[in-house]
Write a protein that binds this ligand. Structure first.
Ligand code: NAD
Length: 437
């Protein structure tokens, strides 16, 4: 099976590398020449655990290669996957499909023989049909089908998610397309992963419904955490107990500073836009978006309140900037709201993140970056935990307290045990948990 992957970002690169691990011949394409040059030298343009080894192995085996030449990659491919970005369009929250349609046009010009053109990017209902129109208009003679194959991998555990997915969704009507995509995913049939074959529109909607539901779950537990704080209950006991109910499930019930990242914020926005236009508004998800946006600002207020309402002239150590652990992705990270709000209130920020500081430098200003967590804490007036990196879990509370000049620690990820932090001399604030006396 010959595969061309258009777009070599988080999704394209991981999917391409995993398809080559399945034994297919994969060419990953990107229009960013610097990115392709780095990939050819086996330098990963993104931080994703295990990716460098997987890419090196399959490149060495001759099954995975990289190019900026889309036409050469598409020529003779059985399946061409579109994995370009679909960010929020400025102003209205719609998914910006410029990159998708531009890629479709380029692909159309390069098609040779029968090809399935598969949208892996997250795209609103109806996009698959429009991609087909673009291809037909550009190349009336082209022999192709379109398909939708939304991706459910999570950054930070992307390879495991791709190789062992809860399900694969394939939306297509064409019999030849079904056959090719079944062959592409054959290794997953063999290990009995569920494959759902459906209409294109349904597949497109599944992805938005899944992400919206997960965003709703996160937002739900965040609001329950607020209530726990008011009544002296423990949100982790609530989450664990409701999560043990199989109808609810334990995942995505961890309270925090609000969801962020490259998917939930933009996908929930696009979902409600599509729904409004279709005359079937999604009131629940509209509320989720509003509550989550407000939460990020509330988190900054919470930090300021922990410093008795005044952070002016104070140095605050910030641990973690990425939107979650194990990624360098800063897109829509809560830190992009919390850090500027603290700066606005007069605080100086000293920050450390194990992977995201390069990305953070492009998006945040006036930050003093530290080389390690303890280094960030040294001499600061207090600390805020924004991302739950594993390496932060192992930090010693007593040593952290010694390094800080003041006792305030605001843990927005509930990484530490309240008793340990109080014992170490901290005024410890976390989310939805009682702090011992
Ligand atoms: P990304 O920004 O990391 O990567 C997109 C890449 O496409 C970039 O490198 C860009 O240079 C390239 N590109 C754009 N137009 C191109 C063209 N015409 N030809 C060649 N290359 C082109 O984006 P991402 O995070 O990988 O997301 C891609 C899609 O997958 C989005 O629709 C996203 O919603 C979806 N998705 C993302 C994740 C995730 O965790 N990141 C998970 C599931 C689905």
């Amino acid at each position: 099976m010959r595969i061309a992957m258009i777009g070599s970002g988080y999704v394209g690169l991981v999917s391409g590398a995993c398809f080559s691990e399945f034994g297919h011949d994969v060419v990953c394409v990107d229009k960013d020449a610097g990115r392709i040059e780095r990939l050819k030298r086996n330098e990963m343009p993104i931080y994703e655990p295990g990716l460098d080894a997987l890419v090196a192995k399959n490149a060495a085996a001759g099954r995975l290669s990289f190019t900026t030449d889309l036409a050469a990659a598409v020529d003779g491919a059985d399946a061409v996957f579109i994995a370009v970005g679909t960010p929020s369009r400025r102003g209205d929250g719609h998914a910006d499909l410029t990159y998708v349609f531009a890629a479709a046009e380029e692909i159309a010009r390069a098609l040779t023989g029968y090809t399935v053109v598969v949208t892996k990017s997250t795209v609103p209902v109806g996009t698959g049909r429009k991609v087909a129109e673009v291809i037909r208009q550009t190349r009336p003679d082209a022999d192709f089908d379109v398909a939708s194959n939304p991706e459910f991998l999570r950054e930070g555990s992307a390879i495991g998610d791709f190789m062992l997915p809860d399900r694969v969704v394939i939306g297509t009507e064409g019999e030849r397309a079904k056959k090719i995509l079944s062959d592409v995913y054959r290794p997953l049939y063999l290990i009995e992963r569920p494959i759902v074959i459906t209409a294109v529109e349904t597949a497109e909607l599944i992805k938005y419904a899944a992400n919206s539901f997960l965003a709703m779950k996160v937002t739900f537990i965040n609001e329950v955490a607020n209530l726990c704080e008011q009544v002296g209950a423990n949100v982790h006991d609530v989450a664990r107990s409701i999560g043990l109910d199989k109808r609810i499930g334990p995942k995505f019930l961890h309270p925090g500073p609000g969801y962020g990242g490259s998917c939930f914020p933009k996908d929930t926005l696009a979902f409600v836009q599509t729904a409004r236009e279709a005359g079937a508004p999604q009131h629940l998800i509209e509320a989720v978006i509003e509550v989550n946006e407000a939460r990020k600002t509330e988190m900054a207020d919470r930090v300021i309140a922990a410093f008795d309402g005044d952070v002016a002239g104070k140095t605050i150590a910030v641990l973690g900037l990425a939107f979650k652990q194990n990624t360098d992705d800063m897109r829509d990270s809560p830190s992009l709201t919390v850090v500027p709000a603290l700066q606005q209130a007069g605080a100086r920020i000293r920050a450390y993140d194990p992977a995201a500081m390069t990305e953070a430098r492009k998006l945040l200003t006036d930050i003093d970056y530290a080389t390690g967590a303890y280094e960030a804490l040294r001499g600061a007036d207090g600390a805020v935990m924004l991302t739950e990196w594993n390496e932060f879990r192992a930090l010693d509370p007593a040593r952290m307290r010694q390094l800080l000049t003041g006792p305030v620690f605001v843990d927005l990820r509930n990484v530490y045990k309240p008793a340990d932090m109080t014992e170490a001399g901290f005024r410890y604030h976390s989310i939805g948990r009682p702090v011992p006396g």
